[in-house]
Design a protein around this ligand. Structure first.
Ligand code: IPM
Ligand code: MN
Length: 352
C-alpha cells in the first residue's frame, strides 16, 4: 500500500516522540511491503514562530490531502502564563479538529501485564481494565461563544450541543460497543445541565437500534470516582468534549504512565493519531520522554486508519516485548536503568 501521512510534530517533546513513531512505522512498512511518504507540516508554537499562525492553511492542505495525520503535541508554557497572548498554540489544535471534522476522539485505557505493579492503583483494582472513551471533539464548551462583558469583570463560555452532534458521536459509541463487550456508558451531568439532558434523551432514543447493547447512564462526578475505584467495570464510554478531556487524563494513569496511551480522532474525512499526553516542555530535547504513546498511536493509525491489522499488532507486540525486557524510559524505570527516547525506538526497530 502507498501511504501519504502528514507529520505534525508540534512543540515540546512532540518532535522527539514522533521521530520514534516514524522510525517504527517505516520498519513496519518495510516488513510488510508498504511505502510511506511522510509530509511534515508546521503546527503549534513552532508554526506561530514561523508564520504567526498555529494551524496555517498550508498545513491544513497537507493534512486534508493525506491518508492520515500523525500528531505529536502542542503547547508551550510561555503561552500558558500569558492569558492575554493574542494567538495561542492550542487554538491551532482546535482549529485543526474543526476544519478536519474530527468529531470523535477515541481514547483507550488498558493495562500492560508487565507494568501492573508500577501503576498508582492497586493490582486488584486495575487488572483486566480495557475501556475506551469516545470523547466528542468539535462541540460543547470548547467551541461555544465565549467572551467578557463590558465591565471586564465577567466572563462566559457557552456550552452548546445539537441533537445531530450527539447522534453521530453516540452512533460511533454503539458501533464500537458492538465490536467489544456490548456495554455502553453515557457520561453526563443530566441532573444539572440542559445539554446533558439532550445527550441522554438522544442516546435513549437510539437504544432501540442496538438492542444487544446494554446502556447505562452515569453522572460525570460518579464516573470520576468509579474510574479509580473499579475501572475494569467499564467498556465503552461516550461523553461530551470537556468531560472527556478531564476523564481521559484521569483514566490514562491507570496504565502506569500517561506516556503510554494513544488516541485516534475520526470524523468524515482524514483521521488523526496522537498520544494523549501533552508537550511536556520541561523534557524537551533531553531524550527522556516516553515515545510509546506515539508509537501506539501509529499502531492505531495502521489499524483504524488503514485497516492494516497485522501491522498494528506487530507494533503492539514489539511494545509489549520492550516493556517485558525493561527497555523503558524514566517514567517507568523506577529504580532500574532508564533508557532514552531514541534507545527505546532503536530497540523497537531492531525487534520489528
Ligand atoms: C487534549 C488537550 C487539548 C484539549 C488542549 C491542548 C487544547 O488537553 O487533547 O486533551 O483540551 O482538548
Ligand atoms: Mn486534555
Amino acid at each position: 500500500m502507498k501511504l501519504n501521512i502528514a507529520l505534525l510534530a508540534g512543540d515540546g517533546i512532540g518532535p522527539e516522540v514522533t521521530k520514534q513513531a516514524v522510525r517504527v512505522s517505516d520498519a513496519i512498512a518495510q516488513k510488510f511491503g508498504h511505502e510511506i511518504s511522510w509530509r511534515p507540516a508546521l503546527t503549534g508554537a513552532a508554526a506561530i514562530d514561523a508564520v504567526g499562525e498555529p494551524y496555517p492553511d498550508s498545513t491544513h492542505e497537507i493534512c486534508a490531502s493525506s491518508d492520515a495525520v500523525l500528531f505529536g503535541a502542542i503547547g508551550l508554557p510561555k503561552y500558558d502564563n500569558d492569558p492575554s497572548a493574542p494567538v495561542r498554540p492550542e487554538q491551532g489544535l482546535l482549529k485543526m479538529r474543526k476544519k478536519l471534522g474530527l468529531f470523535a476522539n477515541i481514547r483507550p485505557t488498558f493495562t500492560f501485564p508487565s507494568l501492573i505493579d508500577n501503576a498508582p492503583l492497586k493490582r486488584e483494582r486495575i487488572e483486566g481494565t480495557d475501556l475506551v472513551f469516545l470523547r466528542e471533539l468539535t462541540g460543547g464548551i470548547y467551541f461555544g461563544e465565549k467572551g467578557r462583558l463590558d465591565d471586564g469583570e465577567t466572563a462566559f463560555d457557552n456550552c452548546v450541543y445539537t441533537r445531530a452532534e450527539v447522534q453521530r458521536l453516540a452512533k460511533k459509541g454503539f458501533e464500537m460497543a458492538m465490536t467489544r463487550s456490548k456495554r455502553l456508558c453515557c457520561v453526563d451531568k443530566a441532573n444539572v445541565l440542559e445539554t446533558s439532558r439532550l445527550w441522554r434523551e438522544t442516546v435513549q432514543a437510539m437504544e432501540k437500534d442496538y438492542p444487544e447493547v446494554e446502556v447505562s447512564y452515569e453522572l460525570v462526578d460518579a464516573v470520576a470516582m468509579r474510574l479509580v475505584q473499579w475501572p475494569n467495570t467499564y467498556d465503552v464510554l461516550i461523553t461530551e468534549n470537556l468531560f472527556g478531556d478531564i476523564l481521559t487524563d484521569e483514566a490514562s494513569v491507570i496504565s502506569g504512565s500517561m506516556g503510554l496511551m494513544p488516541s485516534a480522532s475520526v470524523g468524515s474525512k482524514v483521521s488523526l493519531f496522537e498520544p494523549i499526553h501533552g508537550s511536556y516542555p520541561q523534557a524537551t530535547g533531553l531524550n527522556i520522554a516516553n515515545p510509546l504513546a506515539t508509537v501506539l498511536s501509529a499502531a492505531m493509525m495502521f489499524e483504524t486508519g488503514f485497516g492494516l491489522h497485522e501491522e498494528g499488532a506487530a507494533i503492539r507486540e514489539a511494545v509489549n516485548k520492550s516493556l517485558e525486557a525493561g527497555i523503558v524510559t524514566e517514567d517507568l524505570a523506577g529504580d532500574k536503568k532508564a533508557y532514552g527516547t531514541s534507545e527505546v525506538g532503536d530497540w523497537l526497530v531492531a525487534n520489528i
